[in-house]
Ligand binder design. Structure first.
Ligand code: 13P
Ligand code: SF4
Length: 317
């Protein structure tokens, strides 16, 4: 048995201790692909935003510990309003998701009279006024499925440009130039060229949050769940992985005989706020509980469910 505080203060917790306490307390652990390796190890489920949404509607237990950032935790809570959802750290957030307000979206919508597609990396209030949401895994399918040639897309300008390139539609980014993920947007040509020079046989996999100037090096562009599948379709032994570094642990576990090379600058500070120690504290103290007003949760649930409907029947493109 453990005393409150004893395990936390006196030791660096081991993954198996944290897992044991999750089981004793009746929590399932869901984690995003960018979490550190030790947290991926103790999770019941590790995935990208789309997989997390799909998984969240199937949860059977009434307690969930989520490891990721706040907009993902809100989505999981919205799909599980009758359950207790906790996170280890308050304020583990996504700066890109916070760069746009509800009023900005409504202003652009008035200006262009076009449907708004909100990337899942957006605040609850922005999702609530969007016509539909998407993740990086299904952005192309969602925009293709809309019966219009012009869409407003927020907040990631790089994902918007990728979707425009693949679908051939006019995809207007909102807010525009200031909408990007700092982890993906600032990768440089020099970093990629240096790695390509060192690993001459390597293929490049890139997340669509990188700018088009970096996408041009990629043999494959896709979300983190799509990156998980790509190596099984390729003969390459080495892959340069142009997304947040946490993804390397997931890929190594799936393909132990291949080499995955990180871009060292790609570190999401907020994703990395979670660790074994604060996860253990969260389980012992059963906090911090995710709270979401009923009206917002209803709106988020509606847009997530609409997105899942479309994704289950992907359109041809
Ligand atoms: P995925 O949807 O690919 O998991 O990406 C989420 C994210 O935060 C990318 O930076
Ligand atoms: Fe947000 Fe970028 Fe971190 Fe993803 S990697 S959570 S988009 S800051």
């Amino acid at each position: 048995m453990y005393e409150r505080g004893e395990v936390i203060v006196s030791t660096f917790p081991k993954p198996e201790d944290v897992r044991r306490i999750a089981d004793e307390k009746g929590y399932i652990i869901m984690a995003h692909n960018y979490q550190i390796e030790e947290l991926q190890q103790i999770a019941d489920f590790v995935g990208d935003s789309l997989q997390l949404a799909r998984q969240a509607i199937k949860v059977k237990t009434d307690k969930i510990l989520f490891l990721g950032v706040d907009f993902m935790a809100d989505m999981i809570k919205a799909l599980n309003m009758d359950k207790k959802v906790i996170v280890p750290v308050k304020g583990s957030t996504c700066p890109m998701a916070n760069c746009l307000r509800r009023e900005d979206v409504l202003r652009f919508k008035d200006m262009y009279n076009a449907p708004v597609v909100a990337y899942v990396n957006s605040s609850a209030e922005v999702k609530a006024v969007a016509d539909i949401i998407c993740t990086s895994a299904n952005a192309v399918d969602v925009v293709s499925a809309l019966d219009t040639d012009v869409v407003l897309f927020c907040p990631d300008k790089n994902l918007a440009s990728y979707v425009a390139e693949v679908t051939g539609k006019k995809v207007i980014p909102i807010p525009g130039d200031s909408g990007y993920c700092y982890v993906h947007n600032y990768v440089t040509d020099e970093e990629i060229l240096e790695l390509l020079n060192k690993y001459r046989q390597a293929e490049v996999m890139a997340h669509p949050e990188v700018p088009s100037s970096i996408r041009k090096y990629a043999n494959f562009v896709g979300s983190t769940s799509q990156m998980e599948k790509y190596p099984s379709t390729s003969n390459a032994k080495e892959f340069i992985v142009v997304t947040e570094k946490g993804m390397i642990a997931k890929l190594k576990k799936l393909y132990p005989d291949r080499t995955f090379i990180p871009v060292h600058s790609m570190n999401c500070y907020n994703m990395k706020k979670n660790n074994l120690k604060n996860t253990l504290s969260a389980l012992i103290e059963e906090k911090y509980e995710v709270e979401l007003p009923e009206e917002l949760s209803g709106d988020i649930k509606r847009v997530v469910e609409r997105m899942l409907e479309i994704t289950e029947k992907p359109v041809q493109h």
